[in-house]
Design a protein around this ligand. Structure first.
Ligand SMILES: NC(=O)c1ccc[n+]([C@@H]2O[C@H](COP(=O)([O-])OP(=O)(O)OC[C@H]3O[C@@H](n4cnc5c(N)ncnc54)[C@H](O)[C@@H]3O)[C@@H](O)[C@H]2O)c1
Length: 282
């Protein structure tokens, strides 16, 4: 159902890899809500090819950009403004990658070159996008930038590894740049902290199925789907949320506020209570 929430708005959507990507759902909803936009992803993701199907479906063009490369971002912003016929109203940063997670390195044995890469791709890239747009004055007044985060920024999820630091930094960049961009151009910058979602990046994290089921059992509303996340992103891009900025917005069915739930007590909790004793015996 369309409410024309993004009628007349121009956007850039980072991170649609395949049909499961959160960015894919955001692009479909943005189209339904009347936006025009360009899609972008890293060259290696474009080679996979799925994004061109999305481009055809949404009548959008694809521009290759490695989000860690400022030249690529500059080119992306210039091309997007040319193609769309003016400055940008919204940007979705839906990008994350950790070589430490990919290679299955334990958190106590991180490779520091990989850690730098994790932070660059998954967090500093948001600063690069914002700084480039700020210096080019590429975003219209009351524009909206949303990046996707995860609650491991605040709490420990043992196998989320260095992505936890990346998400903490991502949220911090949204707060810090949100101040400067808000002052300069009334541009708002927020992060949405999403439930575990079955995507390529999500399922790459060790123990993902346990994350997913635990959060689902814990949350009064259950896990938020990628389609529901897309709806929230659309709302954040719309003029209905003009005074929301510098926030980390939980979109998780209530998970972030829970301690324990009836569902977990009655159906899902299987520990016999002696796991620590067993550990100490080892
Ligand atoms: N899936 C989850 O459980 C979950 C939960 C909370 C937050 N998130 C976040 O949502 C965002 C989107 O992830 P997703 O779950 O849709 O998975 P996804 O794998 O579909 O998307 C990740 C995207 O990042 C892109 N990317 C990686 N390196 C890049 C680079 N150098 N330049 C440009 N793009 C690059 C990939 O090509 C891919 O399109 C990520 O920030 C992720 O951390 C995901």
């Amino acid at each position: 159902m369309s409410h024309n929430l993004l009628q007349g708005k121009r956007g850039i959507i980072f991170g649609a890899l395949d049909e499961n990507s959160i960015a894919w759902k955001v692009a479909e909803r943005a189209k339904e809500e009347g936006a025009v936009f360009v899609l972008t992803n890293a060259p290696v993701a474009l080679r996979k090819g799925d994004i061109f199907r999305l481009a055809e479906k949404t009548g959008s063009e694809v521009i290759s950009a490695d989000v860690t490369q400022v030249d690529d971002i500059e080119n992306l912003l210039n091309e997007a403004m040319k193609i769309l016929g003016g400055k940008i109203d919204f940007i979705l940063h839906s990008v994350g990658m950790s070589p430490n997670v990919r290679k299955g390195l334990h958190y106590t044995e991180l490779d520091y070159n990989y850690l730098n890469k994790t932070l660059d791709v998954s967090a500093i890239s948001l600063h690069k996008v914002l700084q480039t747009a700020y210096q080019m004055d590429a975003i219209n007044e009351w524009g909206s930038v949303v990046a996707l985060s995860y609650i491991a920024a605040q709490r420990t999820f043992s196998s989320y590894s260095d992505m936890a630091q990346a998400k903490a930094m991502l949220e911090s960049i949204a707060r810090s740049f949100g101040y400067h961009y808000g002052k300069k151009r009334k541009v708002r910058v927020n992060t949405i902290s999403q439930s575990p979602t079955k995507t390529t990046a999500g399922q790459g994290v060790g123990g993902f199925n346990a994350f997913y089921s635990y959060a689902n059992c814990m949350s009064p509303l259950g896990n938020a789907s990628s389609e529901q996340c897309a709806n929230y992103c659309i709302l954040m891009f719309s003029d209905m949320t003009r005074m929301v900025t510098m926030q980390n917005l939980f979109h998780d069915g209530g998970y972030s506020t829970m301690g324990i739930s009836d569902k977990l007590i009655d159906d899902c909790f299987v520990c016999t209570g002696d796991c620590h004793e067993k550990n100490t015996e080892k």
